[in-house]
Ligand binder design. Structure first.
Ligand code: R5P
Length: 290
Protein backbone atom coordinates (compact mmCIF):
# COMPACT_ATOMS: atom_id res chain seq x y z
CA UNK A 1 0.00 0.00 0.00
CA UNK A 2 1.22 3.49 -0.92
CA UNK A 3 0.64 6.33 1.56
CA UNK A 4 1.33 9.76 0.08
CA UNK A 5 2.20 12.84 2.11
CA UNK A 6 0.17 15.91 1.21
CA UNK A 7 2.99 17.30 -0.99
CA UNK A 8 3.31 14.04 -2.95
CA UNK A 9 -0.25 13.09 -3.85
CA UNK A 10 0.16 12.96 -7.63
CA UNK A 11 3.43 11.06 -7.35
CA UNK A 12 1.86 8.65 -4.86
CA UNK A 13 -0.93 7.90 -7.34
CA UNK A 14 1.56 7.47 -10.19
CA UNK A 15 3.63 5.07 -8.08
CA UNK A 16 0.56 3.06 -7.12
CA UNK A 17 -0.29 2.69 -10.82
CA UNK A 18 3.31 1.85 -11.81
CA UNK A 19 3.85 -0.79 -9.12
CA UNK A 20 0.39 -2.31 -8.78
CA UNK A 21 0.09 -1.26 -5.15
CA UNK A 22 -3.09 0.13 -3.60
CA UNK A 23 -3.27 3.89 -3.00
CA UNK A 24 -4.24 4.42 0.65
CA UNK A 25 -7.06 6.74 1.77
CA UNK A 26 -4.90 9.26 3.62
CA UNK A 27 -6.28 12.41 5.21
CA UNK A 28 -4.47 15.48 6.51
CA UNK A 29 -6.34 17.24 9.31
CA UNK A 30 -5.48 20.06 11.63
CA UNK A 31 -6.60 20.62 15.23
CA UNK A 32 -7.74 24.05 16.47
CA UNK A 33 -4.38 24.55 18.19
CA UNK A 34 -2.59 24.18 14.86
CA UNK A 35 -1.23 20.66 15.32
CA UNK A 36 -1.52 18.44 12.28
CA UNK A 37 -2.79 14.86 12.01
CA UNK A 38 -2.06 12.75 8.94
CA UNK A 39 -3.89 9.43 9.14
CA UNK A 40 -5.02 6.54 6.99
CA UNK A 41 -8.46 4.93 6.73
CA UNK A 42 -7.74 1.23 6.27
CA UNK A 43 -11.40 0.19 6.28
CA UNK A 44 -10.54 -3.25 7.65
CA UNK A 45 -7.73 -3.92 5.14
CA UNK A 46 -4.81 -5.85 6.64
CA UNK A 47 -1.54 -4.01 6.27
CA UNK A 48 1.74 -5.88 6.29
CA UNK A 49 3.97 -3.79 4.00
CA UNK A 50 3.66 -0.05 3.50
CA UNK A 51 5.36 2.58 1.35
CA UNK A 52 5.21 6.16 2.65
CA UNK A 53 5.93 8.67 -0.14
CA UNK A 54 6.44 12.17 1.17
CA UNK A 55 8.50 15.08 -0.03
CA UNK A 56 9.51 17.32 2.86
CA UNK A 57 9.72 20.94 1.69
CA UNK A 58 8.41 22.15 5.07
CA UNK A 59 8.56 21.33 8.77
CA UNK A 60 4.89 20.36 8.55
CA UNK A 61 5.70 17.84 5.83
CA UNK A 62 8.29 16.19 8.09
CA UNK A 63 5.73 15.82 10.89
CA UNK A 64 3.23 14.34 8.41
CA UNK A 65 5.83 11.84 7.23
CA UNK A 66 6.58 10.75 10.82
CA UNK A 67 2.86 10.44 11.54
CA UNK A 68 2.23 8.28 8.47
CA UNK A 69 5.14 6.01 9.38
CA UNK A 70 3.75 5.70 12.89
CA UNK A 71 0.17 5.12 11.68
CA UNK A 72 1.17 2.14 9.53
CA UNK A 73 3.24 0.61 12.34
CA UNK A 74 0.25 1.08 14.64
CA UNK A 75 -1.90 -0.71 12.04
CA UNK A 76 0.43 -3.70 12.05
CA UNK A 77 2.79 -3.09 9.11
CA UNK A 78 5.90 -5.17 9.64
CA UNK A 79 7.88 -3.53 6.81
CA UNK A 80 7.87 0.16 5.98
CA UNK A 81 9.69 1.80 3.07
CA UNK A 82 9.91 5.58 3.07
CA UNK A 83 10.40 7.42 -0.22
CA UNK A 84 11.48 11.05 0.20
CA UNK A 85 11.33 12.46 -3.34
CA UNK A 86 12.55 15.90 -2.22
CA UNK A 87 14.46 15.87 1.06
CA UNK A 88 14.08 19.17 2.89
CA UNK A 89 17.09 20.25 5.00
CA UNK A 90 19.24 18.19 2.62
CA UNK A 91 21.42 21.22 1.90
CA UNK A 92 22.29 21.52 5.62
CA UNK A 93 24.53 18.47 5.48
CA UNK A 94 27.18 20.01 7.75
CA UNK A 95 27.52 22.70 10.38
CA UNK A 96 28.75 25.67 8.36
CA UNK A 97 29.59 27.66 11.50
CA UNK A 98 30.22 26.71 15.13
CA UNK A 99 26.95 26.32 17.00
CA UNK A 100 24.94 25.22 13.99
CA UNK A 101 23.26 21.80 13.78
CA UNK A 102 23.76 19.23 11.04
CA UNK A 103 20.07 19.53 10.21
CA UNK A 104 20.05 16.85 7.50
CA UNK A 105 21.38 14.36 10.06
CA UNK A 106 18.84 15.41 12.68
CA UNK A 107 15.84 14.89 10.39
CA UNK A 108 17.30 11.69 8.90
CA UNK A 109 17.68 10.15 12.36
CA UNK A 110 14.08 10.99 13.18
CA UNK A 111 12.80 9.45 9.93
CA UNK A 112 14.91 6.30 10.44
CA UNK A 113 13.20 5.52 13.74
CA UNK A 114 9.94 4.70 11.92
CA UNK A 115 11.01 2.89 8.76
CA UNK A 116 13.02 -0.07 7.51
CA UNK A 117 14.36 1.46 4.32
CA UNK A 118 14.65 4.91 2.74
CA UNK A 119 14.77 5.92 -0.94
CA UNK A 120 15.84 9.45 -1.93
CA UNK A 121 15.63 11.07 -5.36
CA UNK A 122 18.76 13.03 -6.32
CA UNK A 123 19.61 14.47 -2.89
CA UNK A 124 21.71 17.63 -3.08
CA UNK A 125 24.58 15.81 -1.33
CA UNK A 126 24.76 12.04 -1.72
CA UNK A 127 26.51 11.88 1.68
CA UNK A 128 23.16 12.47 3.45
CA UNK A 129 22.36 8.78 2.88
CA UNK A 130 24.86 8.02 5.67
CA UNK A 131 22.71 9.93 8.16
CA UNK A 132 19.86 7.40 8.06
CA UNK A 133 20.29 4.56 10.55
CA UNK A 134 18.53 2.19 8.09
CA UNK A 135 19.50 1.24 4.51
CA UNK A 136 19.15 4.29 2.27
CA UNK A 137 19.46 4.30 -1.52
CA UNK A 138 19.37 7.03 -4.14
CA UNK A 139 17.56 7.02 -7.48
CA UNK A 140 18.68 9.22 -10.33
CA UNK A 141 15.87 10.98 -12.19
CA UNK A 142 18.15 13.20 -14.31
CA UNK A 143 17.61 11.28 -17.59
CA UNK A 144 13.86 11.97 -17.22
CA UNK A 145 14.60 15.70 -17.60
CA UNK A 146 15.19 15.21 -21.34
CA UNK A 147 11.56 14.16 -21.93
CA UNK A 148 9.85 17.58 -22.13
CA UNK A 149 12.61 19.27 -24.16
CA UNK A 150 11.80 20.21 -27.78
CA UNK A 151 13.12 17.58 -30.19
CA UNK A 152 14.60 20.19 -32.53
CA UNK A 153 17.01 22.19 -30.33
CA UNK A 154 19.56 24.18 -32.35
CA UNK A 155 23.15 23.01 -31.75
CA UNK A 156 22.23 22.39 -28.09
CA UNK A 157 24.51 23.11 -25.15
CA UNK A 158 23.67 21.46 -21.82
CA UNK A 159 25.04 23.65 -19.09
CA UNK A 160 25.25 23.42 -15.32
CA UNK A 161 25.50 26.65 -13.30
CA UNK A 162 28.33 25.19 -11.22
CA UNK A 163 30.76 22.28 -11.42
CA UNK A 164 28.72 20.28 -8.88
CA UNK A 165 25.82 19.78 -11.28
CA UNK A 166 27.77 18.91 -14.42
CA UNK A 167 26.98 15.20 -14.13
CA UNK A 168 23.28 16.10 -14.23
CA UNK A 169 23.86 18.10 -17.42
CA UNK A 170 25.71 15.11 -18.91
CA UNK A 171 22.85 12.76 -18.00
CA UNK A 172 20.29 15.04 -19.65
CA UNK A 173 22.47 15.43 -22.76
CA UNK A 174 22.91 11.65 -23.00
CA UNK A 175 19.19 11.05 -22.62
CA UNK A 176 18.43 13.79 -25.17
CA UNK A 177 20.77 12.08 -27.62
CA UNK A 178 23.30 14.77 -28.51
CA UNK A 179 24.81 18.15 -27.74
CA UNK A 180 27.73 19.63 -25.82
CA UNK A 181 28.14 19.91 -22.05
CA UNK A 182 29.75 22.78 -20.17
CA UNK A 183 29.54 24.47 -16.76
CA UNK A 184 29.78 27.91 -15.23
CA UNK A 185 31.46 28.89 -11.96
CA UNK A 186 29.17 30.05 -9.15
CA UNK A 187 29.96 32.00 -6.00
CA UNK A 188 27.15 32.32 -3.47
CA UNK A 189 27.19 35.48 -1.34
CA UNK A 190 23.92 34.90 0.54
CA UNK A 191 20.69 32.90 0.34
CA UNK A 192 19.54 35.01 -2.59
CA UNK A 193 22.73 36.49 -4.10
CA UNK A 194 25.00 34.57 -6.45
CA UNK A 195 27.63 35.55 -9.00
CA UNK A 196 27.95 33.47 -12.13
CA UNK A 197 31.19 33.47 -14.11
CA UNK A 198 30.66 32.14 -17.62
CA UNK A 199 32.93 29.65 -19.33
CA UNK A 200 34.41 30.51 -22.72
CA UNK A 201 32.01 28.20 -24.60
CA UNK A 202 30.54 29.95 -27.63
CA UNK A 203 26.77 30.12 -27.11
CA UNK A 204 25.91 32.55 -29.92
CA UNK A 205 22.79 31.38 -31.75
CA UNK A 206 22.67 28.10 -29.82
CA UNK A 207 19.81 26.74 -27.74
CA UNK A 208 20.98 26.25 -24.16
CA UNK A 209 19.50 23.93 -21.52
CA UNK A 210 20.60 24.92 -18.01
CA UNK A 211 20.38 21.93 -15.65
CA UNK A 212 20.49 22.01 -11.85
CA UNK A 213 19.27 19.77 -9.04
CA UNK A 214 17.14 22.44 -7.33
CA UNK A 215 15.64 25.78 -8.30
CA UNK A 216 14.95 27.48 -4.96
CA UNK A 217 14.98 31.29 -5.06
CA UNK A 218 15.78 31.25 -8.78
CA UNK A 219 18.90 33.37 -8.25
CA UNK A 220 21.28 30.82 -9.75
CA UNK A 221 19.16 30.23 -12.82
CA UNK A 222 18.23 33.88 -13.45
CA UNK A 223 21.91 34.93 -13.23
CA UNK A 224 22.81 32.13 -15.65
CA UNK A 225 20.09 33.16 -18.08
CA UNK A 226 21.34 36.77 -17.91
CA UNK A 227 24.89 35.71 -18.78
CA UNK A 228 23.63 33.61 -21.69
CA UNK A 229 21.46 36.45 -22.94
CA UNK A 230 24.46 38.84 -22.86
CA UNK A 231 26.28 36.33 -25.04
CA UNK A 232 23.48 36.07 -27.60
CA UNK A 233 22.31 32.55 -26.91
CA UNK A 234 19.12 31.62 -28.78
CA UNK A 235 16.46 29.96 -26.56
CA UNK A 236 17.34 29.24 -22.93
CA UNK A 237 15.47 26.41 -21.20
CA UNK A 238 15.94 25.69 -17.51
CA UNK A 239 15.27 22.30 -15.99
CA UNK A 240 15.73 20.75 -12.58
CA UNK A 241 14.89 17.71 -10.52
CA UNK A 242 13.32 19.66 -7.63
CA UNK A 243 11.31 22.78 -8.64
CA UNK A 244 11.11 24.31 -5.17
CA UNK A 245 10.52 27.78 -6.65
CA UNK A 246 10.20 29.82 -3.44
CA UNK A 247 9.19 33.46 -3.13
CA UNK A 248 9.43 35.30 -6.48
CA UNK A 249 11.60 32.68 -8.21
CA UNK A 250 9.24 32.24 -11.15
CA UNK A 251 9.09 36.00 -11.77
CA UNK A 252 12.89 36.20 -11.68
CA UNK A 253 13.17 33.51 -14.32
CA UNK A 254 10.58 35.16 -16.55
CA UNK A 255 12.19 38.61 -16.20
CA UNK A 256 15.57 37.07 -17.08
CA UNK A 257 14.04 35.87 -20.36
CA UNK A 258 13.70 32.11 -19.90
CA UNK A 259 12.02 30.28 -22.77
CA UNK A 260 10.57 27.50 -20.61
CA UNK A 261 10.98 26.02 -17.12
CA UNK A 262 10.72 22.29 -16.44
CA UNK A 263 10.85 20.19 -13.30
CA UNK A 264 9.79 16.80 -11.98
CA UNK A 265 7.01 15.81 -9.61
CA UNK A 266 9.28 15.46 -6.58
CA UNK A 267 7.58 18.79 -5.91
CA UNK A 268 4.16 19.31 -7.48
CA UNK A 269 4.37 22.72 -9.11
CA UNK A 270 3.02 24.41 -12.22
CA UNK A 271 6.33 23.67 -14.01
CA UNK A 272 6.18 19.96 -13.21
CA UNK A 273 6.36 18.28 -16.59
CA UNK A 274 7.83 14.87 -15.92
CA UNK A 275 7.37 12.17 -13.32
CA UNK A 276 10.01 10.35 -11.31
CA UNK A 277 7.51 7.51 -10.76
CA UNK A 278 9.18 5.09 -13.24
CA UNK A 279 12.62 5.34 -11.61
CA UNK A 280 11.24 5.17 -8.06
CA UNK A 281 9.05 2.21 -9.11
CA UNK A 282 12.15 0.39 -10.34
CA UNK A 283 13.75 0.87 -6.93
CA UNK A 284 10.61 -0.32 -5.12
CA UNK A 285 9.90 -3.35 -7.31
CA UNK A 286 6.36 -4.48 -8.04
CA UNK A 287 3.85 -5.34 -5.33
CA UNK A 288 3.49 -8.81 -6.84
CA UNK A 289 7.20 -9.44 -6.35
CA UNK A 290 6.97 -8.94 -2.57
C1 R5P B 1 23.20 24.59 -4.97
O1 R5P B 1 24.37 24.24 -5.06
C2 R5P B 1 22.12 23.93 -5.77
O2 R5P B 1 22.67 23.02 -6.68
C3 R5P B 1 21.28 24.94 -6.50
O3 R5P B 1 22.10 25.62 -7.45
C4 R5P B 1 20.69 25.93 -5.55
O4 R5P B 1 20.02 25.27 -4.53
C5 R5P B 1 19.75 26.87 -6.28
O5 R5P B 1 19.31 27.81 -5.37
P1 R5P B 1 18.70 29.19 -5.86
O6 R5P B 1 17.60 28.88 -6.83
O7 R5P B 1 18.21 29.82 -4.60
O8 R5P B 1 19.82 29.98 -6.49
Amino acid sequence: MILPGSDSQALGAALAAETGRELAAVTYDRFPDGEGMASVDLDGTALDRAVVVASTPSDTAYVELLQLQDAVREAGADHVTTVIPYMGYGRQERAFEPGQPVSARAVARAVATGTDRVILVNPHEASVTDFFDVPCSVVDAAPRLADPLPADLTDPLFLSPDAGAVSLAESVRDAYGGGDVDYFEKVRHSGTEVDITPSDADVTGRDVVVVDDIIATGSTMSESIGVLDDRDAADVFVTCIHPLLVRNARTKLERAGVTAVYGTDTLEREVTTTSVAPVVADALGSAAAE
